[in-house]
Design a binder for this molecule. Structure first.
Ligand code: PGA
Length: 255
């Protein structure tokens, strides 16, 4: 069975004390979770203490929000995937639309980051998704297919098996507008079919595909009813312990 995953993307939020308190409260509130993996994607500087924090619960893990496309060397301010691996990081968000829009993460940069992550045994949480104009002109399937082809489809079956995909329609991120379960399910099924056509049906059946974009406790349960929706990548609502715990519980209730 595919892994069910609730990932929180904290983005550039929280102080050190707030981040530790949020993680501690989440660990406290979600001791009994089984069969759902909770991933907290934190700013770089909190990663190491967070890893120590979550060691008590094997269902929790910590992710980075980015990594360098370079291996190592004179790249001031950058963090290599090998450095993340050296502190025990197992996941990294790559291809997020905010990186694509504001930080020049082109297809080739994202592809290189995916390769650096996998070389270091880190699972990419690969984000894809269309802009509103692309959906309105009925280009959304082509856009997402091209994002997959450009940055993932050079991978071997073994490598793609080590990836998580997150469908995040750009128009739904941080806007309060969520894709309907039908819109999300339709795209998730399309992504799975695209992977099946490129690799194999069994490969596509094993890959977890998360939905992201204004997931809240109010809409999580309905979204997780989609048969190809294996969890969520949650931004704003992951910063509130109560809301994020409710989203985790919504996933547990589907198992
Ligand atoms: P949001 O962000 O839940 O605040 O819309 C999701 C994301 O960007 O991963």
């Amino acid at each position: 069975m595919r892994k069910k995953i609730i990932a929180g993307n904290w983005k550039m939020n929280l102080s050190f004390a707030e981040a530790m308190a949020l993680a501690d409260n989440l660990l406290d509130e979600n001791k009994e979770i089984e069969d759902v993996q909770v991933i907290l994607a934190s700013p770089y500087i909190f990663l190491h203490p967070l890893i120590n924090r979550v060691q008590s619960n094997p269902n929790f893990s910590i992710a980075a929000q980015n990594c360098s496309e370079k291996v190592k060397g004179a790249f001031t301010g950058e963090i290599a995937a090998s450095m993340l691996a050296s502190i025990g990081i197992e996941h990294v968000i790559l291809g997020h639309s905010e990186r694509r829009q504001f930080y020049g993460d082109t297809h080739s940069v994202i592809t290189a980051k995916v390769d650096r992550a996998l070389e270091n045994g880190i699972c990419p949480i690969f984000c894809c998704g269309e802009m509103l104009t692309e959906r309105n002109s009925n280009e959304h399937f082509n856009v997402v297919k091209k994002q997959l082809e450009d940055s993932l489809f050079h991978l071997s079956i073994q490598q793609i098996n080590d990836c998580i995909i997150a469908y995040e329609p750009v128009w739904a991120i941080g806007t309060g507008v969520t894709a309907t379960v039908d819109q999300a399910q339709e795209m998730h099924a399309f992504i799975r079919k695209t992977i099946s056509d490129k690799y194999s049906k069994s490969t596509s059946e094993e890959i977890s595909i998360l939905y992201g974009g204004s997931v809240t406790p109010a809409n999580a349960s309905e979204l997780f009813d989609g048969e190809d929706i294996d969890g969520g990548l949650v931004g704003g609502a992951s910063l509130k312990e109560e809301d994020f715990s409710m989203i985790i519980k919504a996933m547990i209730s589907k198992l």
